[in-house]
Design a protein around this ligand. Structure first.
Ligand code: SF4
Length: 367
């Protein structure tokens, strides 16, 4: 292996460097990587951690992704759909708490009723969360899957300005193994380019530790983020859900749990080194593997967190993977607990700010 200091000192990491960093196993070497990633985060996006209140407004989905607990074929899930007032109320709560931004997430649907609902709700949240501190209302991120160009445009015009659409893996063959034929890699990619063209801040991400996934795949994932010029990254460990066709990997997952957890942290760190000024989320799935996993995510270079705001009675029905944390709590407990955890780390919170991706701003100003 090349000298670690040499790799960590490089301005631009190549494929081989990325692979080598993701392969680090010695605790002292991983600590060097972590420190460097944290330093790069501080230099490029500053010291603040930004909050996005996560509202999982519906678990209805037309897809059947093999890894997902709310896939349409899982008949054990009780389906729900929050009404407009409930979603707006959650958003108001988030903004009153100083979160600055919210994420509206649901299973995938493309029917007119769903699209109109999303547009109306976004418009209402924008107008009902305006204040002196946030004159343009809440920052809104949507995470409602693959849609047509015109639907994305409607969402954007309604007032959403960020969109998360995970590629899940940049390896088309692996993508095909974990999705039914109706979900295509090419279409997912096309949607990411639609979103960029329309003017969204675009986020993507992958699952880490999928059966059959290699370090080479993960290194290519990071290069993929660069290639599509992503503004935000949200990635996390793959965790088996028992009511899915991938339940057979439970034993594999149990045996590799710590390895997958560590690999997820290394992915955050190396993505920070490679992409520098993007927003990177420390995802809930990290906390599912280790009680302080989300805090570790910040120490490895993440700068965004999404406290769960879905009303307590629905949380048990939005479980994409086993062991999801915070599903027993009431709306306010989750964010307050996270804020306490972040301030206990001595980190600063970006309250009453959108906390937009600096990469996006630079990208725009260069045009
Ligand atoms: S991953 Fe998303 S699109 Fe796929 S089944 Fe789950 S909710 Fe639906």
């Amino acid at each position: 292996m090349k000298n670690l200091d040499v790799i960590l000192g490089k301005e631009n990491l190549d494929f081989e460097d990325i692979q080598q960093l993701l392969s680090l196993e010695e605790p002292e070497e991983i600590e060097l990587l972590r420190r460097k990633a944290f330093e790069v985060k501080q230099e490029n996006v500053g010291p603040k951690i930004y909050l996005r209140g996560l509202i999982e407004f519906s678990n209805y989905c037309i897809n059947d992704c093999y890894y997902c607990g709310i896939r349409k074929s899982n008949s054990s899930v009780k389906r729900y759909w929050l009404d407009e007032d409930e979603v707006v109320e959650c958003a108001r709560y988030a903004i009153n708490k100083g979160y600055g931004s919210i994420v509206l997430q649901s299973g995938e649907r493309r029917d007119q009723r769903f699209i109109d609902f999303v547009c109306r709700t976004v418009e209402r949240i924008k107008s009902e969360t305006r204040s002196e501190k946030l004159p343009d209302g809440a920052g809104i991120t949507l995470c409602v899957g693959e849609q047509s160009y015109s639907t994305y445009k409607r969402f954007f015009e309604a007032g959403a300005h960020r969109y998360l659409l995970r590629i899940e893996t940049s390896n088309p063959e692996l993508f095909a193994k974990i999705h039914p034929e109706s979900v295509s890699f090419a279409r997912r990619l096309e949607c990411l380019y639609f979103l960029k063209d329309i003017g969204f801040q675009v986020g993507t991400g992958v699952m880490i530790g999928l059966p059959g996934q290699t370090i080479e795949d993960l290194a290519r994932d990071i290069l993929f983020f660069k290639e599509i010029d992503a503004d935000m990254i949200g990635m996390g460990p793959y965790i088996v859900h028992k009511q899915t066709p991938m339940a057979e990997y439970e034993e594999y997952f149990r045996k590799n749990k710590y390895k997958i957890y560590l690999l997820s942290l290394k992915m955050i760190a190396v993505t920070r080194l490679a992409l520098k000024d993007v927003n990177i989320a420390s995802t809930t799935a990290l906390q599912a593997l280790y009680p302080f996993g989300r805090e570790e995510g910040f120490r490895f270079g993440a700068n965004v967190v999404m406290p769960l705001l879905t009303p307590g009675q629905y949380r048990r029905e939005y479980v994409l993977y086993e062991g999801k944390p915070c599903i027993d709590e009431f709306t306010n407990d989750c964010g307050e607990c996270l804020i306490r955890r972040i301030t206990n780390l001595g980190m600063e919170l970006g309250l009453n700010e959108w906390g937009d991706s600096l990469h996006f701003r630079k990208r725009k100003s260069e045009k």
